[in-house]
Design a binder for this molecule. Structure first.
Ligand code: MG
Length: 389
C-alpha cells in the first residue's frame, strides 16, 4: 500500500490524479489533500478518500470542512505540513505557479517520492531542488507529459550517451494565425486548446508557447542536459510526447493519446506499469504524425524563456513571475495577448541577476519581478483605457 499526498487536488492534474488512484484500487490510498480556495470540491474529495489531513489555502474557509477523522489545517504553513506529512510515501505536487517551490523542497527534505507536475519548482529553483535531491538521495518523478516521456525513454540508458532531448509542442490554438492577428485574440480563443484539456494558466502559457519555454528549463534541470542540447518541435497531433536522441543518432520516443492520467499513473506506480483506463493508441487511425520547427518570432515568450535559461541564476524566476502577473491581466481583459511578452521582456531587462541564489534570493527576485511587472501592466492598462475614451 502506497500513501499519497496531492498538493492542489482540486485542479486539473489533481482531479485526474484522484481518478487514477480510484482506478488503481487498493494498492494506493490518499493521506493528504490541499486546495487553495475550492472548499466545496475539497470537502467532496475528502469525504470520498478520507485523508488524515487536508489543507485549505484561505484560513477563513477552514471551518467549512468537517469530516470525522480528517484534520483541517490552513494557510501556507498548513500546505507545508501536508507536503512533509510523515505518513506519506508519495507527494504529488500539482500546484500552479511559484507557490509550488517551497512545498517541493519540504517534500524532498522529508524523503518523499515527489511526483512533480509543478514545473515552476524547477524553473525557479532548479539548482536548489536538484542539489537537495543529490544530497538526500530523493526521488523526483516528472508528471509533465513531455518530461515523463523523456524519463521513460531514459530508463536503463547511460546518460552520457544522450545527444539531444526533443520536446514536442502542440503549437497551441494560434499556430496558424499571423503575428498581426495575434494582437486581437480574446482570452476565450486563447483558452481553447486543440488537444489538451488543462487549467487556465497552462492553457494561456500554451497559446503564447511560454509553457514550452518553461518546460525546456524544467528538462534542463531534471535531466542535467545543457539548454543548447534541448530542442522543441511542433507536433500538432500530441501523440509523440517527446523524444531522446542518442550519440549513435538513434531516437527513442514515447507515444500515447493525450491524457494526463497516463503520466500521473506512471509517476505513482514507477517502476511498475499497471493497466490503465486510457484508450489505446490506434496509429492507423491517427494516420500521419507531423513535425515542424517553432516560429520564435511569432511566439516571443518561447524565445524569452531560452534567453532566461541562458542567463541562468535568478532570471528564470523573473521570467516566470512576470508571466504569472501578465497572464491574469490578459484573462481579465486588461492587456492584449501580445502585451504579455512585452511586459516579461521589460522586467527581465531591468533585473540585476544573482548567479547562484539561495531560497531567499529566489523569492526576492520573484517578488521584485511581480512588482516591476505590475507597474508596467498598470501603465499598459491605463493607456488602453485612455485610448478608448
Ligand atoms: Mg507539458
Amino acid at each position: 500500500m502506497r500513501r499519497v499526498v496531492i498538493l492542489g487536488s482540486t485542479g486539473s492534474i489533481g482531479t485526474s490524479a484522484l481518478d487514477v488512484i480510484r482506478r488503481l484500487g487498493g494498492s494506493f490510498s490518499v493521506c493528504g489533500l490541499t486546495a487553495n480556495r475550492n472548499v466545496k470540491l475539497l470537502h467532496q474529495q475528502a469525504e470520498e478518500f478520507r485523508p488524515q489531513v487536508v489543507a485549505i489555502g484561505d484560513p477563513a474557509l477552514a471551518d467549512r470542512i468537517q469530516i470525522d477523522g480528517t484534520r483541517v489545517v490552513a494557510g501556507p504553513q498548513g500546505l507545508e505540513e501536508v507536503a512533509a506529512l510523515p505518513e506519506a510515501d508519495i507527494v504529488l505536487n500539482a500546484l500552479v505557479g511559484a507557490s509550488g517551490l517551497t512545498p517541493t523542497m519540504h517534500a524532498i527534505q522529508a524523503g518523499k517520492r515527489v511526483a512533480l507536475a509543478n514545473k515552476e519548482s524547477l524553473v525557479m529553483g532548479g539548482e536548489l531542488v536538484m542539489g537537495m535531491i543529490a544530497e538526500t538521495g530523493g526521488e523526483l518523478i516528472p508528471v509533465d507529459s513531455e518530461h515523463s516521456a523523456i524519463f521513460q525513454c531514459l530508463q536503463n540508458q547511460d546518460r552520457r550517451g544522450v545527444k539531444r532531448l526533443i520536446l514536442t509542442a502542440s503549437g497551441g490554438p494560434f499556430l496558424r494565425l499571423s503575428p498581426g492577428e495575434l494582437a486581437s485574440v480574446s482570452p476565450r480563443q486563447a483558452l481553447a486548446h486543440p488537444t489538451w484539456e488543462m487549467g487556465q494558466k497552462v492553457s494561456i502559457d500554451s497559446a503564447t508557447m511560454m509553457n514550452k519555454g518553461l518546460e525546456v528549463i524544467e528538462a534542463h534541470w531534471l535531466f542535467g542536459i545543457p539548454i543548447s542540447q534541448i530542442e522543441v518541435l511542433i507536433h500538432e497531433q500530441s501523440i509523440v510526447h517527446s523524444l531522446v536522441e542518442f550519440s549513435d543518432n538513434s531516437i527513442l520516443a514515447q507515444l500515447s493519446l493525450p491524457d494526463m492520467r497516463l503520466p500521473i499513473q506512471y509517476a505513482l506506480t514507477y517502476p511498475q506499469r499497471e493497466q490503465s483506463a486510457q484508450v489505446a493508441l490506434d496509429l492507423a487511425q491517427v494516420g500521419a504524425l507531423t513535425f515542424q520547427r517553432p516560429d520564435r518570432d511569432k511566439f516571443p515568450c518561447f524565445q524569452l524563456a531560452y534567453d532566461a535559461a541562458e542567463s541562468g541564476g535568478t532570471m528564470p524566476a523573473v521570467l516566470n513571475a512576470a508571466n504569472e502577473e501578465a497572464v491574469p491581466a490578459f484573462l481579465n481583459g486588461e492587456i492584449r495577448f501580445t502585451d504579455i511578452p512585452t511586459v516579461i521582456r521589460e522586467t527581465m531587462g531591468r533585473h540585476r541577476l544573482v548567479a547562484h541564489p539561495d531560497m531567499a534570493g529566489i523569492l526576492a527576485a520573484d517578488g521584485w519581478a511581480r512588482e516591476t511587472a505590475r507597474a508596467q501592466l498598470c501603465r499598459i492598462a491605463q493607456c488602453r483605457k485612455d485610448s478608448r475614451q
